[in-house]
Ligand binder design. Structure first.
Ligand SMILES: Cc1cc2nc3c(=O)[nH]c(=O)nc-3n(C[C@H](O)[C@H](O)[C@H](O)COP(=O)(O)O)c2cc1C
Length: 230
């Protein structure tokens, strides 16, 4: 099998491409804001270098270049909202990743609605199906990017994606993923967690139950091993 070596680089794909909303704290002078019309307004930055990093406590990280306008908003306020992106939001996602909030109001330009958050001051984006409110716990300069390690302090989900049994169907929201420079709509379902070793429908149902109760893969895998052993 012929293979080629690439120089070391970022090749971990696919990734989420999320819209991160943030806002400079009220009452503090935003020295980087040169346009008085934009003073105090929330901003949106598209981020692909993002990931879940801990189940309990729930934590995630985003990596942002210090030269981004949003960087100082997040650093100063210590908070941000991760808004998941969908097919309907893909143009806005791209726009918020190529234009700076220094010059324009991205909420206004993209006809997006600020959604008041429950636990933090920065608003989410109402058009996103999932808004993850975060408080920064640690700031780690890494090189080109600085990583914000953050606690998830609230998650807001859209009522439209609940069924009659009050189960939330995230995979019906039209989620978008980013891979090697392009956006993709999440594709065909190929299996559910643990399907490769589940023996029958009951096991699958039990696994689905566990997965809904606790999305920590290691706990579910532990149960899975025990089920398949009997
Ligand atoms: C798909 C995509 C992913 C991006 N991911 C990141 C990222 O992970 N970190 C980052 O600092 N910039 C990232 N960017 C670039 C910023 O979103 C972009 O520079 C943006 O205009 C910054 O906005 P601001 O100046 O209002 O902060 C990404 C852009 C796109 C289009």
């Amino acid at each position: 099998m012929a293979k080629q070596y690439f120089k070391p680089g970022n090749m971990l794909y696919p990734l989420p491409a999320v819209m991160v909303s943030c806002q400079y704290p009220a009452g503090k002078e935003d020295v980087l804001c040169t346009n008085p019309d934009l003073a105090g307004k929330p901003n949106i930055i598209t981020v692909a270098w993002a990931g879940t990093i801990c189940t309990n406590p729930p934590m995630l990280s985003i990596s942002v270049r210090p030269e981004r306008y949003s960087y100082h908003m997040i650093e100063t306020s210590g908070e941000f909202v991760v808004n998941l992106t969908t097919e309907q939001l893909v143009r806005a996602t791209d726009f918020c990743g190529v234009r700076s909030g220094k010059d324009i109001d991205k909420f206004k330009e993209m006809h997006l609605t600020p959604l008041p958050s429950k636990e933090i001051s920065a608003p989410g984006i109402a058009e996103s199906p999932v808004n993850i409110e975060c408080k920064v716990r640690e700031i780690k300069p890494l090189g080109s990017h600085t990583m914000f390690l953050a606690d998830v302090v609230n998650v807001t989900v859209d009522d439209a994606f609940f069924d009659e049994k009050n189960t939330f169907h995230l995979n019906n929201t039209g989620l978008v993923t980013y891979s090697h420079g392009a956006y993709f709509l999440l594709g065909k379902k190929l299996g559910t967690f643990g399907y490769s070793v589940a023996r029958n429908g009951n096991n699958l149902r039990f696994l689905a139950f566990l997965f809904c109760k606790d999305t920590d893969a290691s706990i579910t895998a532990y149960f899975l091993l025990h089920i398949s052993a009997v």
